[in-house]
Design a protein around this ligand. Structure first.
Ligand SMILES: [Zn+2]
Length: 208
């Protein structure tokens, strides 16, 4: 790819948008009111807005390696705080994807330097669900299940934040765990039973 082409593409895109709506950018510049916070993977193949079919202004997006929500990550925590408490989004989505390189790297023992502490969060997910994962014989199935369980645990991390707990009490904000199947292009709702999970853990994480 020739990087200078990006600016040509941008000019063409502006023309296309203005053809449909001459006030498109004027309206965009007036502010944002997204209803969804999407936390996804940085993987170049997982083009979040495109796969959801949403337009600029509709989704507040945070992406990092393996769609993580580490409790001490200032970036993820700031995004949640801003989207939930200031933009007042109605939904928080954590979206993983099958064949995630970050999740795969966490399952191997190679020393990856600076990436080690980041990927260790995924190893913690593995440890929490060790019995279930170790019972899966097929490596690919095991890897895909870890992708799903990682989404579940990152949703739990979202639910641990005071911003989300407050928004849950005040306006019933919803948290969703999704996986994108890179083989078929399909977006899958994992339909995680948060009521059950929360019942088990809220005595520990509850913030008033
Ligand atoms: Zn990934």
């Amino acid at each position: 790819m020739d990087i200078s082409r990006i600016f040509e593409n941008n000019q063409k895109w502006i023309v296309k948008k203005l053809e449909v709506d001459k006030d498109y950018f004027k309206n965009l510049s007036e502010g944002q009111n997204p209803e969804i916070l999407y936390i996804g993977c940085s993987d170049s193949r997982v083009s979040s807005e495109e796969l959801m079919g949403v337009q600029p202004g509709e989704v507040f997006v945070h992406r990092n390696i393996a769609n993580m929500v580490p409790n001490t990550d200032l970036s993820a925590m700031s995004v949640i705080n801003y989207a939930v408490t200031h933009l007042k989004v109605k939904h928080v989505v954590v979206c993983g994807h099958y064949y995630c390189g970050g999740v795969k790297a966490a399952m191997q023992s190679e020393d990856l330097g600076l990436l080690n502490p980041w990927l260790r969060n995924i190893r913690d997910v593995y440890r929490l669900h060790k019995d279930e994962l170790n019972s899966i014989q097929n490596e690919e199935e095991k890897y895909n299940r870890l992708v799903e369980l990682n989404v579940q645990e990152q949703c739990v991390n979202v639910l641990k934040t005071s911003d989300v707990q407050k928004a849950f009490r005040e306006r019933n904000i919803t948290v969703h765990g999704w996986v994108w199947d890179i083989h078929s292009g399909e977006l899958i709702d994992l339909k995680i039973d948060f009521d059950k999970i929360l019942k088990d853990i809220m005595e520990i994480y509850h913030l008033s």
